[in-house]
Design a protein around this ligand. Sequence first.
Ligand code: SAM
Length: 242
Amino acid sequence: MTFYVLTLFPEMVLEPLRFSVMGKALEKGVVRVKALNVRDYARDKHKMTDDYPYGGGQGMVMKPEPLVGTIRSVLSEDPRAWVVLLSPQGIPFTQKAAHRLSGFRTVALVCGRYEGVDERVRGFVNEEVSVGDYVLSGGELAALIVIEAVTRLLPGALHAPESAQEESFSGGMLEYPQYTRPAVFEGKAVPEILLSGNHQKIRQWRRKEALLRTWIRRPDLIRAQELSESERRLLEQLQDDP
Ligand code: SAM
């Protein structure tokens, strides 16, 4: 899979990707990331990429010509590239969206800056994605979030691919609590069941803990779940006696 990142700050995108899981995925060729500098596609001699907003107001707006020129250059490489505008006004980026994006051969991530992009750029993108209900100064950090979340789902990216299936959100719930050595830390012991070696019991305990944790922290996720009879009863008990 190939990601293109359309940005005024290519180094900001490439440098953080050199580490850990992402760095290895790049080394192994699981994923390729190309950062295109939008300024290279500016047409005027001053290479201007932003201008004052029509109608007045604060800040600058990214001009359409350099951005659309950069998008066209990606499409000339892969006409089926899926073009995503990072924007706080987009649909929320979720694990489900990451799965969906992992199905494309090429994804182009368009990073805005300043007050955002000229409205007409929206006519050249396939979708708008937001990484949360807050405003960043640019799309680069949002692009990194998308790249990392999608890459983890690609075959060969993770040492143990099952871990991506068990993680929070993948099964529609938050993950169960995790422990490692020591068995007792500052008086707090690891739950005994995890030391029992009984894998069936451990699986049941983890499912129950994931359920309780999700119900307490993210009840919105539980509503979309198919629960077994015993899980439903457990949640009813919790509601009666939290
Ligand atoms: N004036 C815009 C608005 O109110 O919707 C915000 C512009 S923001 C300062 C500059 C750029 O950062 C945006 O064009 C977008 O690319 C990126 N950005 C900011 N917040 C984001 C978010 N939550 N998700 C994705 N991209 C974001």
